[in-house]
Design a protein around this ligand. Structure first.
Ligand code: UT7
Length: 379
């Protein structure tokens, strides 16, 4: 069987309207535009409207991605939402997204902090490459502002809300994730943590009094971890793809801090203008950060079909995830035939299954009726 790849065929983003600028933050905490800009590169971030939840934002970015791919929600076979700020602890935000989108498929939420979307992209690619599925939505969304303590200047200047999504579909030409690395070092859990309201420290007066349901971060420790990790992990996935950093057209690192990105560029001996940055507009949007940058790079024409992109995200866990992604070029007609045959087999199998399910359902109803009649007869 020919090798299948998982090509990105649709992309979309949603960013809430409300903007929180450095000038606004100067009025809220003891900070300055000068400090935030020079230490992070961030100028403003977007914050959700009241009542706007992660599921709502995900649906908007997903619809945009489906439109680019020319698909409807009914075509989607799996939805993965990378998110650490879900509408509820239970149920999974991905099921809310599936329902609000009107899709009929499996859906699950993936939590790996800011690295979540790259984890989700790699996970979704496996379903496509194995031939199990044809159309998957991979969404990264955060309403991280809900967990930010706006009296804590060390965190509140950094984060913003956003959502971005891609559609993955099969391709016979090299496209999508070529190589990847998924990493975790749980010994660094305390460096980026919401300590309260989980089962370790359940909801209580103490959680409220000590603000334990807010995000706490040891910035310098995460900074050191990130500078150690980004360049080295990207180098490994590039090397595994049989490439050199020079062969990569665009680097898309997690948009946490411009200084971390500049360090990575120096360590990889690559010009900084090959490193995409939009953090000045959005701040750190956690799991939405890498896909949002990818979508904007597409929209701005910063990359074209055939280009190879290296992505790297890092965050709570501590986790990190890197990948080399190739943008697909046009499919050959042979690939089209192969893929449409695959799809025809899929629809034929689905029809047979539906008929079998309907027959089974009738038999089940008959069995239940017979059981009810026998009970009635006994009485
Ligand atoms: O998604 C992954 C998550 N996070 C990250 O990637 C964040 C990684 N870390 C960072 O980006 C940086 O560590 C920060 C931007 C968070 C902080 O920059 P820093 O250069 O590491 O500063 P610092 O934490 O060492 O603090 C330096 C000083 C301190 O004052 P003193 O003790 O030297 O008097 C802080 O209290 O800056 C002070 N400070 C601030 N001053 C003005 C901390 N936050 C602020 C602020 N405005 N917002």
């Amino acid at each position: 069987m020919a090798e299948r790849y998982a090509k990105i065929t649709g992309w979309g983003k949603y960013v809430p309207e409300r903007v929180l600028t450095n000038a606004d933050l100067e009025k809220m905490v003891d900070t300055s535009d000068e400090w935030i800009t020079s230490r992070t590169g961030i100028k403003e971030r977007h914050i959700r409207a009241e009542g706007e939840n992660s599921s709502d934002m995900s649906v908007k970015s997903a619809k945009a991605a489906l439109q680019v791919a020319g698909l409807t929600p009914g075509d989607i076979q799996l939805i993965i939402v990378a998110c650490s700020s879900p509408d509820y602890y239970v149920p999974s935000v991905a099921s809310q997204v599936q329902h609000k989108l009107g899709a009929e498929c499996g859906a699950f939420t993936l939590s790996a902090g800011c690295s979540g979307w790259v984890y989700a992209l790699v996970t979704a690619s496996q379903f496509i490459q194995s031939g199990a599925m044809d159309n998957i939505l991979v969404i990264g969304t955060e309403v991280i502002s809900y967990a930010v303590d706006y009296t804590d200047r060390s965190t509140c200047v950094l984060f913003g809300d956003a959502s971005a999504a891609v559609v993955l579909q099969p391709s016979l030409e090299p496209a999508g994730v070529l190589t990847y690395e998924l990493g975790s070092d749980g010994s660094g859990a305390e460096f980026l943590i919401v300590p309260g309201a989980g089962c370790a420290i359940p909801n209580s007066q103490r959680v409220l009094d000590e603000g334990l349901s807010y995000l706490k971060m040891n910035g310098p420790e995460v900074f050191k971890f990130a500078t150690r990790t980004v360049a080295s992990s990207m180098k490994r996935v590039i090397d595994r793809a049989g490439l050199l950093p020079e062969d990569i057209q665009l680097f898309i690192p997690h948009q946490a801090n411009a200084r971390i990105i500049e360090t990575a560029a120096r360590m990889m001996r690559q010009p900084i203008d090959k490193f995409y940055m939009n953090l000045h507009k959005y701040g750190n949007t956690s799991a939405a950060s890498v896909p949002l940058a990818l979508v904007e790079a597409f929209e701005e024409g910063r990359c074209k079909p055939g280009d190879k992109i290296a992505v790297c995200a890092f965050g709570a866990g501590l986790t990190w995830a890197s990948a080399v992604i190739q943008l697909g070029v046009g499919e050959t007609s042979a690939a089209h035939t192969f893929l449409s045959m695959g799809r025809a087999r899929y629809y034929a199998r689905r029809t047979v299954n539906a008929v079998q399910d309907a027959a089974q359902n009738v038999m089940l109803q008959v069995a239940i009726k017979r059981y009810e009649i026998s009970k009635w007869w006994e009485n």
